[in-house]
Design a protein around this ligand. Structure first.
Ligand code: ZN
Length: 246
């Protein structure tokens, strides 16, 4: 089995174990030289995301299955995957899944604000857009998504390519499987953090903490910051060393 398929199997298992997918659907794809591997229709329900070699369809970049009889077995969202691969030569992996926290935003058909520093660091824009003006799983929806990704890419070639599909999940495209997996996880954590922020903001603790006249619970901060410590200059603070990576 190719290393690409082995890696796809690994991430599929992690997604299911972490509750980021359910047996109802979702699909993964990856580019391997001039071939695309994409998960087979219904393999999530039939295999509960515990894939083996038989769960993949191998296809050309045009979307044509290498073995003709496999053509109807490709995932429902195949046209979206192939359209993205054709448009972006740097994209080598695409995940469409239904993570539980991101589903809240997708089900309400609203954009998700980026609230965590990690998601910002991974170069997502201020919001993850929900594609809501097109009929679900249609050619016109996939064209709208590719246009949106192109818009993001034209603004910044390093921008994370992701969007919510109204009612049912997220699509993330990355430069390799590891990169795509990490971005999906970062976005799901961002969604979860947003929910917790709403809960905390409603709490009495938060209201009390935010009151201007409330005292610091840890003491006098200005006093703490005058506490004496050793004056150490660490190696990576030196100005005479070149820290750039070749
Ligand atoms: Zn879906």
């Amino acid at each position: 089995m190719s290393d690409t398929k082995k890696e796809m199997i690994k991430y599929a298992k992690i997604f299911y174990k972490k509750g980021m997918v359910d047996s109802a659907g979702g699909n993964l794809s990856a580019r391997d030289k001039d071939k695309i591997f994409i998960t087979k229709r219904d393999s999530s329900i039939n295999r509960l995301w515990d894939y083996d070699e038989s769960c993949f369809v191998e296809a050309k970049l045009s979307g044509e299955a290498v073995i003709k009889k496999m053509q109807p077995l490709m995932s429902r969202e195949s046209h979206l995957h192939f359209r993205i691969f054709n448009e972006f030569s740097h994209v080598n992996s695409i995940f469409h899944i239904h993570p539980r926290y991101l589903l809240g935003f997708a089900s309400l058909k609203i954009d998700m604000p980026i609230v965590t520093a990690l998601a910002r660091d991974r170069l997502f824009p201020s919001h993850i857009k929900c594609i809501r003006d097109e009929q679900e799983n249609t050619i016109s929806e996939s064209i709208a998504i590719v246009r949106y990704f192109k818009y993001l890419y034209n603004n910044s070639p390093d921008c994370g390519l992701a969007c919510l599909l109204s009612g049912h999940g997220i699509v993330v495209a990355g430069k390799n499987l590891k990169d795509t997996f990490m971005k999906v996880e970062v976005l799901e954590n961002n969604a979860r953090t947003f929910y917790y922020m709403q809960l905390i903001e409603q709490s009495n603790y938060y209201k009390e903490f935010r009151r201007e006249d409330s005292k610091d619970i840890y003491g006098d901060w200005d006093h703490i910051q005058r506490t004496g410590i050793k004056d150490v200059k660490l190696y990576f603070e030196r100005e005479d060393v070149d820290f750039s990576i070749d």
